[in-house]
Design a binder for this molecule. Structure first.
Ligand SMILES: *Cc1c(COP(=O)(O)O)cnc(C)c1O
Length: 382
């Protein structure tokens, strides 16, 4: 067994009961037994999305659901506004371009969040914008976007509101119906604490109207087919789903229900607050502005004179703790600590103990226990 602690923004360590659930017998995915399991999983997904609309499970990673969201809503004659403040915002824009959609990018400085006002200005300037894509939690920079406030702006326009909650759903506040989100997507291997390989999507009535009008140029992710198959008795998916992964996701969603979604979100917020205080106590600098810092992943500037190999290499090889690096121009300039899924003070205590030792060993003049002390203080304050 690999005992490495995954302090990543996905994949995350998965609870033993979730792993065990996946070892159950394979059943026919067109049969009654699977129909019940699929329905239950979709219903639990809708509860986590906080929507009265139907959710669908896709056998793909989160990116598949992003592609489903874009390609079912818009086509070559359409224009979308894409908020880009990191790797995943870029991905939404790239997907749209791949599908021949006219993309207007609303560029946001990496490490900061988009302002609802900027979205409003862009919508005012162009009435042809059919949809707006926003990444709730920009995993590459550790920034959370104000999706509730943007939702308030969106209510005054016809444009559909597409939100990627891949690294926030189950770890930060998401309320699809209340925020007026038309298409919301997520993935299994982040805050939901299930294994990688599944994604989920939910669409509003307004979104479905566009799906009906738009002849989606996608075969595998055609949402009309998912809806039609889901409505069959027994409920099913258009193509063979990953049956075992769905067993696992269903169990992971059950764990979320048992913990309580609000408790879970509060736990993630406390993880994030404690992590930021520990980072600062170790003399390190946060990459993202604290006012918009993510509740599920903390991005840290690489300390002066140290490399990825020094910090992340030592953490992994000596202490069996895996941290994430930076992407694109941030590669080598930041590292990221994921604190999502089942993570609590225990995993964070190990991480910051090891990080303190790592920095000291790399020659930094710090008190190696300062991070854990700050962590403990924050958890005690609550
Ligand atoms: C992880 C992630 C995705 C999806 O990535 P996959 O590797 O396809 O699962 C999308 N958006 C965000 C914000 C993510 O963090």
């Amino acid at each position: 067994m690999d005992n490495t602690l995954l302090m990543l923004p996905g994949p995350v360590n998965v609870a033993p009961n979730v792993l065990a659930a996946m070892s159950k017998d394979i059943v026919n995915h067109r049969g009654d037994e699977f129909g019940v399991i699929y329905n239950e999983t979709c219903e639990r997904m809708s509860k986590v999305f906080k929507t009265n609309n139907q959710s669908y499970i896709l056998t793909s990673s989160g990116t598949g659901a992003m592609e489903a969201a874009i390609s079912n809503i818009a086509g070559p004659k359409d224009k979308i506004l894409s908020v880009v403040g990191g790797k995943f915002g870029e991905r939404f824009a790239e997907i749209a371009k791949t599908h021949g959609i006219d993309v207007e990018e609303l560029a946001v400085e990496w490490g900061t969040a988009v302002s609802p006002e900027a979205v409003k200005v862009a919508l005012e300037a162009d009435e042809n914008i059919k949809a707006v894509s926003v990444v709730h939690n920009e995993t590459s920079t550790g920034v959370a976007a104000p999706i509730e406030e943007i939702g308030k702006v969106m209510k005054n326009y016809d444009a559909l509101y597409i939100v990627d909650t891949v690294s926030s759903l189950g770890g930060d506040y998401v309320n699809v119906d209340k925020f007026g989100i038309d298409v919301c997507v997520t993935g299994s291997q982040k805050c939901l604490a299930a294994p990688p390989g599944l994604a989920a999507i939910t669409l509003s009535d307004d979104a479905w109207k566009e799906v009906e009008k738009n002849d989606a140029k996608t075969y595998y992710f055609n949402m009309k087919k998912y809806r039609d198959s889901g409505n069959k008795d027994p409920a099913q998916t258009p193509y063979t789903p990953s049956v075992s992964l769905i067993y696992g996701l269903k169990e992971a969603l059950n764990d979320i229900e048992k913990e309580g979604l609000d408790n879970r979100v509060a736990r993630h917020h406390l993880n994030a607050k404690a992590s930021r205080s520990a980072v600062k106590a170790l003399g390190l600098e946060l990459f993202a502005k604290e006012s918009c810092a993510s509740s599920t992943v903390t991005a840290v500037k690489m300390p002066e004179g140290l490399s990825d190999k020094d910090v992340r290499g030592t953490m992994l090889n000596k202490y069996q703790i895996q941290l994430a690096g930076g992407q694109d121009h941030l590669k080598g300039n930041i590292f990221r600590i994921g604190h999502m899924g089942v993570v609590n003070y225990k995993e964070l205590a190990m991480t910051f103990t090891a990080l303190g030792m790592t920095l000291k060993e790399c020659g930094k003049d710090i008190e190696p226990g300062a991070g854990v002390t700050a962590l403990a203080d924050t958890f005690l304050e609550g």
